[in-house]
Design a protein around this ligand. Sequence first.
Ligand code: NAP
Length: 302
Amino acid sequence: MADIVIIGGGPAGLTAAVYARRAGMETVVFEGAMYGGQIVNTPEVENYPGIPKISGFDLAMSLYNQASDLGAEFVMEAVVAIERYGERDWLVRSEYSSVKAKAVIIATGANNRHLGLENEDLLLGRGISYCATCDGAFFKNKVVAVNGGGNTAVEDALYLAGIASKVYLIHRRTAFRAEQRLVERAISTENMEIVTPKTVTALHGEDRLTGITVRDAETGEESEISLDALFVAIGQVPAAAPFAGLTVQENGYIKAGEDCLTGTEGIFVAGDVRTKAVRQLTTAASDGAVAALAACEYVRLR
Ligand code: NAP
């Protein structure tokens, strides 16, 4: 039996693993996709205290190695359920295995939101992408677009401007949600065209994406843009569905305060999947520490 099972190997989950192992807890981390979570898709992280600039991938690997070197065990499987085991323990189940735990930290983060347009799934990997750092290199000297107005979209657009011949940055409002510094860089980037306030309404192409239709949010006028790729960066959807019966949720996020307590004894929550105002790498790491220390205390005192 593990003392603490952590579900999710992003910054929140891996930070929790570092703290739990340093407290001497038998710690198992389940991750269904890739260690590092969303930061793996971030080309450059420039706002993590003490590290002026690092690629999201390098930071993710460094966090993973730190937790692993401290003795955390990793299971590369997606968790499908948490069930009661006996009176006080929990059984964390994936499709293939299960681990018993005294306490559980849910740190499943969030997944990319899709546009919900016809052919979006069909054109995935054929011009539609949700990850500029993964797929950007395929579009050297091509024409691409990024859709979204947050930090991810603007960072992706800046990254792609160094690869593609032209980048359209398409956002549904004229004001960007992204940091001002990033927006200013985008505006002054020669091969970037800011397209606002426009919504993507259709994807064209059968075997590959060849273009899109955008609608002006103010006039309703539609126009077409020829493209080789569209990078969708319109935010995330929390990955809390498997824990719906076990936790109170608000708009799909697991409800908990800064103490990371879910209200269910022995179940803690950390990172982007928690109800919170600021979803940043730093706040995910902070949650990981808070949830782990609370879980350690719970395991010791129960
Ligand atoms: P986000 O901040 O939630 O931004 C999502 C963007 O997509 C918004 O501009 C939103 O428009 C737009 N959008 C949402 N649904 C849409 C739809 N159906 N159609 C068209 N546009 C849509 O998401 P994010 O950029 O992925 O960032 C997530 C969090 O991670 C944020 O807190 C962000 O600051 C953080 N982050 C930080 C860094 C960094 O600090 N280096 C890097 C990446 C992400 P509206 O603005 O109109 O709502």
